[in-house]
Design a protein around this ligand. Structure first.
Ligand code: F6P
Length: 361
């Protein structure tokens, strides 16, 4: 049994990180008599003079509803170098980190992160260091788990935004466009679009055409609904075109919402407005589901370590938390199945994805 374990949070923050940290500490200390060291600012905090904090049941008291992460996070760092779009993991920072973990007497790590962070965690595992991953991202794009914590809170926020846009759209007979996050997947757009009664949902998995989009706006117009609400994922693609970036050098997605607004305005002569929801989807208190999932993931991660599991990630499958190889989470991102039930149900109730052949569905 480990005497002392470390915990860190990496990548973009997500509501529920503190719920996991709290559950890890309470389980490790209370159930398995381990000590827990928090590592600040992701893996970077292990390098140089390590930035660590001793976590106790008392020090994590009250953090369950708090947004962000008490440990800090980074989504860039020295552990990964991208070469021609492929990640490489240089030996040196990992070597230094392993030596520092030894000095700190940290015998195992619990790593909270998305695909990028978990890929670094896997490198530690490959070098014989015990690691358990906890899947985190508001995008819900991690393979091997049905849900990541943070996702449901992001949907709540996007849904509320759609509700609010709905009333102003109807009052002014406008086309309102809400751009949401999700990287190269449409999970947030699809779920929020269903929950927030969007008329059109644009997701990367179903490239859209303006012909189809305009047809939907005009069909609504002629049936007496003189406004249209569109939710667009930041990674959505127009047929035959690439993704749009707000900062191409940093590969930061963004701008598709404003582009759609401008084109729809030109093509329909209707007034249109765009709202980019941005980091409001990531900040603030987690909802009940994310607090519950984060707590369950945290406790199960410690139990997995205590049971001698390594190189694994906790994952939700069929409503139960299980463990899967970390490599399963990093091998591919989970995209929206375009023939799946949610897309089918959305179409059944009249939501358009603005596919060129939408009328075939
Ligand atoms: O992966 C989470 C996410 O919020 C994405 O939806 C978004 O594209 C990205 O992170 C933005 O990250 P940041 O602003 O931290 O660079």
């Amino acid at each position: 049994m480990y005497k002392q374990i470390g915990i860190l949070t990496g990548g973009g923050d997500a509501p529920g990180l503190n719920a996991v940290i709290r559950a890890v500490v309470r389980t490790a200390v209370g159930e398995f008599d381990m000590k827990v060291i928090g590592i600040e600012d992701s893996f970077e905090g292990i390098l140089g003079t390590p930035r660590t904090v001793s976590l106790t049941t008392k020090s994590v008291s009250g953090i369950l509803p708090r947004g962000g992460t008490i440990l800090g996070t980074r989504n860039k760092g020295s552990f990964v170098k991208m070469v021609d779009g492929t990640p490489h993991f240089p030996e040196m920072p990992i070597g230094e980190a392993l030596a520092n973990l030894d000095i700190l007497e940290i015998e195992a790590l619990i790593v909270l992160g998305g695909e990028g962070t978990l890929a670094i965690a896997e490198q530690f595992h490959k070098r014989g260091f015990p690691v358990i991953g906890v899947p985190k991202t508001i995008d819900n794009d991690l393979a091997a788990t049905e849900f990541t914590f943070g996702f449901m809170t992001a949907i709540d926020i996007a849904t509320e935004a759609l509700d609010r846009l709905h009333t102003t759209a109807a009052s002014h007979d406008r086309v309102m466009i809400l751009e949401v996050m999700g990287r190269n997947t449409g999970w947030i757009a699809l779920h929020a679009g269903l929950a927030g009664s969007a008329d059109v949902i644009l997701i990367p998995e179903i490239p859209f055409s303006f012909d189809s989009l305009v047809r939907k706006v005009l069909d609504r117009e002629s049936s007496g609904s003189r406004f249209t609400n569109i939710v667009v994922a930041e990674g959505a693609l127009e047929v035959g075109k690439g993704e749009m970036y707000s900062d191409a050098s940093a590969l930061r997605l963004g701008g598709i919402g404003e582009y759609v607004r401008r084109r729809v305005g030109e093509l329909t002569d209707k007034e249109s407005r765009c709202v980019v929801l941005g980091h409001l989807q990531r900040g603030g208190s987690p909802n009940a589901f994310d607090r519950m999932l984060g707590t369950n993931f945290g406790a199960c991660a410690v139990r997995a370590l205590a049971n001698g599991e390594v190189g694994k990630m906790v994952a939700l499958q069929a409503g139960t938390v299980i463990t899967v190889p970390i490599s399963d989470a990093c091998s591919a991102i989970k995209t929206v199945p375009i023939n799946g039930q949610l897309v089918r149900s959305a179409r059944d109730i009249g939501i358009s994805f603005a596919a060129p052949n939408e009328s075939d569905f």
